[in-house]
Design a protein around this ligand. Sequence first.
Ligand SMILES: Nc1nc2c(ncn2[C@@H]2O[C@H](COP(=O)(O)OP(=O)(O)OP(=O)(O)O)[C@@H](O)[C@H]2O)c(=O)[nH]1
Ligand SMILES: [Mg+2]
Length: 338
Amino acid sequence: MNFQDIKSIEPAQFYLDLAFRRMREKGTELRQTRLQGGRIEKSRYIETLKMQVVADTLTSRMQSIVKSFPSLDTLPEFYNQLVRLHIEYGQLKLSLGSVHWLGIRAQKIFQEYRTKLKMNTRFERVNVLSREYLGRISSMVKQLKGDFIFLEQARKLMKGFPTIKTSLRTVSIVGFPNVGKTTILFKLTGSPAEISSYPFTTKGVNVAYIGKGKEAIQLLDTPGTLDRFEKMNAIEQIAYLAMKLCSQGIVYVFDPTEEYPLDKQEKLLEKLKRDVNLPLIVYISKTDVGEKERIDYLKKKYDTITDIDELKEKIVSLVKPFPEKEEDSEQEQTEEVE
Ligand SMILES: Nc1nc2c(ncn2[C@@H]2O[C@H](COP(=O)(O)OP(=O)(O)OP(=O)(O)O)[C@@H](O)[C@H]2O)c(=O)[nH]1
Ligand SMILES: [Mg+2]
């Protein structure tokens, strides 16, 4: 799912200006053309085509806005929850509905005025009808002022959503801050995500891949401490939902240095087991600098891994390939995995 490609939504006035500018250009073009017929026929012909340009410009712009938003009814569960968490879902549906309606309504009003122009036999009335048409179009677009603003805000929020391929097998790397999660992601995939010696370095979900194409395994490097969901900040909530709804397995990272007491790290692991019922690998990071006693304690208590190549093998065997699904979205299947 890609929320980066949603087209930016301009203020209502922009669409009106665009439609009217194109209409004027059409007018100039037609006045330079030799037209058949008498004064009224020519005038009717020109005004009809100008009106059509207005309606067509609006319809195509509105259609492309609606099309560039993901279809809300078929969003994968993870994205559906993100949208509901961050954006007023009902309003989003209403605003998209209004924009769709505007595209259709512009054509209806155009048909109505085309007929009026056709029936009209008085030259002076041609311009009156034309102005009336533009007035109706204009007030209809302005009615949607708030919807355009809302949709642009929604687009900006959605742009911040991580791009996670829900069609790929996925494993989340979790653990306390600063335990070395992003370093593991780098060692496994070569992903150049930011690594530093202070906690909370990772401020979004880092996504990287082992392998390529449909067979790739997607790794999610998550930030945050997996506190109670309501207590999490927006980024932590996104990471939590990604772990819970997109992953088929988890790598839990223990840090055996002095940074965090082991019992706290163990508590988090227990909480995780309760919250998310997924196959789990326990990895001990920083074994080069960690306290031997702590490392031995962890090794004794859990089935642990300390070697990165072994971790890679375990991840690959942890998540079995998905059975072939015909209904897999074509876009996701053909998307290039970098
Ligand atoms: N000595 C040693 N240092 C490590 C190892 N793994 C990570 N570090 C260091 O630990 C610090 C934190 O590493 P990160 O990979 O950023 O940790 P993180 O869990 O992603 O941290 P947050 O994103 O802040 O939660 C960095 O200074 C790393 O260089 C390791 O195996 N050995
Ligand atoms: Mg990190």
